[in-house]
Unconditional design. Structure first.
Length: 157
């Protein structure tokens, strides 16, 4: 069971957009270059993301895309759902015709797993992923957060 390229690319592109949100609208060409995703593929994905009101477009010079709301209010499951991607652990696509046109013995188990995965993705916001990425970047640069006396201090390692 795995998420296909469409879902992965959509989440990656949305995270890129969220990471660069403070820079103003982001062009798909910039996302394409940074993430090595085909520009035409991004255009298809962003058309779906725009229809589902996860992004908005800005026309003209300096235009591009921006998140339609705060990153903390956009969840990974919404992105995956917007591009018509499903996270499905069943072999029958949830249809219940796994074994000779009937449900297999483990059909409900795999349906429940699919639901759990969707719930997990629905609990992770783009804002959380941005903060996680920024924390990883700080650690990679030798900076870590130290909590002392209810204050956060930055210590150089």
């Amino acid at each position: 069971m795995r998420l296909t390229t469409k879902g992965r690319y959509a989440v990656t592109a949305m995270l890129d957009l969220a990471l660069h949100a403070t820079d103003g609208p982001v062009s798909l060409a910039d996302i394409s270059k940074r993430q090595e995703i085909s520009l035409s593929y991004l255009e298809q994905l962003f058309a779906k993301l725009r229809r589902n009101e996860l992004v908005s477009s800005v026309r003209g010079p300096g235009g591009g895309y921006q998140l339609s709301r705060e990153g903390d209010d956009i969840f990974v499951a919404q992105v995956v759902d917007a591009v018509n991607e499903s996270v499905d652990a069943t072999r029958c696509g949830g249809q219940g015709d796994c074994k000779d046109g009937r449900e297999c013995l483990t059909h409900h188990l795999w349906c429940q797993l699919s639901d759990q995965i969707h719930d997990f993705l629905n609990s992770i916001s783009l804002g959380q992923l941005v903060r996680q990425h920024e924390a990883s970047a700080r650690e990679a640069c030798g900076v870590k957060n130290v909590e002392q006396n209810n204050k956060i201090q930055v210590a150089i390692m």
